[in-house]
Design a protein around this ligand. Structure first.
Ligand SMILES: Cc1ncc(COP(=O)(O)O)c(C=O)c1O
Length: 428
């Protein structure tokens, strides 16, 4: 490890040396020692169009020569306005106001603050939120409160109370999902009829819970859930930081589920993986609750780099590329499904699932399943030896490739996975 660096999500004492990357192009990472690695997970789920796409690089360069940064309070600029218009054109009707920040966690913080203050501004105090067990919404304090897990354990005393519902994860050929869903919906209905006014909103990762292991639920469940939540006036917050921009096979999971959330959070794919940037978009109804002569009703939140013009330029270029990638992200689920069929009878694989461009499977393990399962490290190393970047979440192996992956490359990835699984002598 470099003596002056502290790496994220890394236990330096036990982690292997990080690999040094010299450059990257498309789906390929070039290592310092000249090996090439195929990025099968779009790095940390950000590079929609692969690495170093020339159109995004050029857009940033042109923008940097014109306006690199300006305070976004009291000033505005074309890239921010154009990007907001483009995004709104793809949102369900009703999501019309775009607030900029700079990473997924801050997009969530803003959403929680908007929802909480919305009720204060209307003269009601709603003291908490609902969320799903297994949620991950980021590493800042509000986001951690809405996604308590192993990662947040050390901070438990500092987090605010959030009520959790079980998440009805499902997979191909699962027969128990509908019954579990009904129980969850019934308990939600009961909770809200007794105590609905306690909750400012319901925050969730729609269709796919990412960090807790690519856990997927059925769109019909979400539709029913949001219907109940909105009937009791909870603000529905879709954290689409991961699912946004085609990941679930549609531009946004809210479009795929035909749900109209009150707030949506975006980041990761927003700039195509070039620059840190985030968006929290909300309805006019929420915006109106802050629109006032009373200074106390202002949303006092902002970041130094809010609406950074370089980020906006990258996002505009990425938006165009995403538009031309529609057939790819709409079609990738069928490709995954075809390859995954082969693993259905594999003795080391269970709970195969797919949502758009995201494919996942659980690896059968005799040890505790979950993030700390050591099979992850074994697979990571075996994958690197085969020229693949895979980073299982514990015993969950998943793929989330950039949209530029060629058919032959996807075939190589699945071939590699099969070899790795066959090679696991004993499953951890
Ligand atoms: C659904 C979701 N929300 C929020 C975040 C936090 O985003 P960031 O890492 O940019 O803070 C993530 C990151 O993985 C995520 O998957």
């Amino acid at each position: 490890m470099h003596p002056n660096l502290w790496y994220p999500y890394t236990q330096a004492k036990t982690a292997p040396e990080p690999l040094k990357i010299k450059s990257a192009q498309g789906i390929w990472l070039q290592l310092e020692d000249d090996r090439q690695i195929m990025d099968c997970i779009s790095s940390w789920w950000v590079n929609l169009h692969g690495h170093a796409h020339p159109k995004i690089a050029e857009a940033i360069y042109q923008q940097a020569k014109t306006l690199e940064q300006v305070i976004f309070a009291g000033f505005t600029h074309d890239p921010a306005e154009q990007l907001a218009e483009k995004l709104v054109s793809k949102f369900p009707t009703g999501l019309t106001r775009v607030f900029y920040s700079d990473n997924g966690s801050t997009a969530v913080e803003v959403a929680l603050k908007m929802a909480y203050q919305y009720w204060i501004n209307l003269g009601q105090k709603r003291s908490t939120f609902l969320a799903f067990e297994g949620a991950y919404h980021g590493d800042t304090f509000g986001a951690m409160s809405a996604g308590k897990s192993l990662f947040t354990e050390a901070f438990t005393d500092l987090l605010f109370d959030v009520d959790y519902l079980p998440f009805p994860e499902t997979y191909i050929d699962d027969r128990s999902a509908i019954e579990r869903e009904q129980q969850i919906l019934a308990s939600l209905e009961k909770k809200l009829s007794q105590d609905g006014d306690r909750y400012a909103g319901f925050i969730l990762e729609p269709l796919v819970q990412g960090a807790s292991g690519m856990r997927m639920c059925r769109p019909e469940f979400l539709q029913n859930l949001c219907c109940i939540a909105q009937r009791f006036n909870l603000l529905v917050i879709f954290d689409e930081v991961m699912t946004g921009f085609g990941r679930t096979g549609e531009w946004f999971a809210c479009a795929k589920t035909s749900i109209q959330p009150d707030i949506i959070c975006l980041s990761k794919g927003l700039t195509g993986g070039f620059l840190p940037m985030a968006v929290t978009a909300c309805s006019e109804q929420i915006y109106d609750a802050f629109y006032s002569d009373n200074p106390a009703k202002t949303l006092y939140h902002g970041h130094s780099y809010a609406a950074n013009p370089l980020g906006c330029a990258a996002a505009l270029a990425s938006f165009e590329l995403t538009q031309s990638s529609e057939p790819i992200f709409r079609g990738m689920e069928a490709n995954h499904t075809e390859y995954l069929a082969k693993f259905k009878t594999h003795p080391k694989v269970e709970k195969i699932r797919v949502a758009g461009t995201i494919a996942a499977m659980d690896l059968v393990t005799t040890h505790e399943p979950g993030y700390l399962n050591t099979i992850s490290l074994d697979i990571r190393q075996k994958a690197i030896a085969k020229g693949l970047l895979l980073r299982p979440l514990g015993n969950v192996l998943y793929l989330m490739p950039p949209y530029c992956i060629a058919d032959e490359e996807l075939a190589i990835v699945y071939q590699g996975i099969e070899e790795i699984l066959n090679d696991l002598s004993t499953v951890a």
